[in-house]
Design a protein around this ligand. Structure first.
Ligand code: HEC
Length: 151
């Protein structure tokens, strides 16, 4: 009985020591070289989590808008997050954030096409006209959707 208790106590001590070791700054830092990627990984994980949560919050609206974007042919050149042929929609939203004329301007741009506004990002590739292939009402919805991505 006494022996059992000692063993139990001992394993408890080992477990605590193990935890302390895992939490120790030396290990957490992992040496100067691996400290940065480790931090990056954590940040990336946090970002993925955030994106997931964001997506969850407005799944229905996003899904409808993304389906419309796909149907309208936008996704051949745009993605939400990263530059494809055209700039990412989040970058567009960020640029026009707070600009009350943006909606009208961008509706015209998407209808008639445009170039020269994103040369640094695209290398100067133009956006061809999307009208009349895409109905005006859909273009308005799509521009609203793009602009809604501004934080
Ligand atoms: C063939 C490729 C292509 C397609 C299809 C396309 N775009 Fe673009 N889009 C671009 C490029 C390239 C630019 C950057 C043009 C520039 O530099 O001014 C752009 C720019 C934009 C801009 C920003 C315009 C500005 O002046 O800041 C918006 C908004 C946009 N696109 C929305 C859409 C929507 C909505 C659709 C679908 C109806 C669509 N695009 C289809 C290539 C495309």
């Amino acid at each position: 009985m006494k022996q059992k208790l000692t063993r139990l106590l001992l394993s408890g001590v080992i477990a605590v020591a193990g935890l302390a070791f895992l939490n120790s700054p030396t290990l957490a830092a992992g040496g100067a070289s691996s400290a940065v990627p480790a931090k990056k990984a954590v940040e990336t994980a946090a970002e993925v989590k955030k994106t997931g949560a964001e997506a969850k919050g407005k799944v229905s609206g996003n899904e409808a808008a993304m389906a419309l974007a796909k149907k309208s042919g936008c996704l051949g050149c745009h993605t939400v997050e990263t530059k494809l042929v055209g700039p990412s929609w989040k970058d567009i939203a960020a640029r026009y954030k707070g600009d009350s004329k943006a909606k009208a301007t961008l509706i015209e741009k998407v209808k008639k096409g445009g170039k020269g506004n994103w040369t640094k990002v695209t290398g100067g590739v133009p956006m061809p006209p999307n009208s009349p292939k895409v109905p005006d009402a859909d273009i308005e919805k799509l521009v609203d959707y793009v602009l809604s991505m501004a934080k």
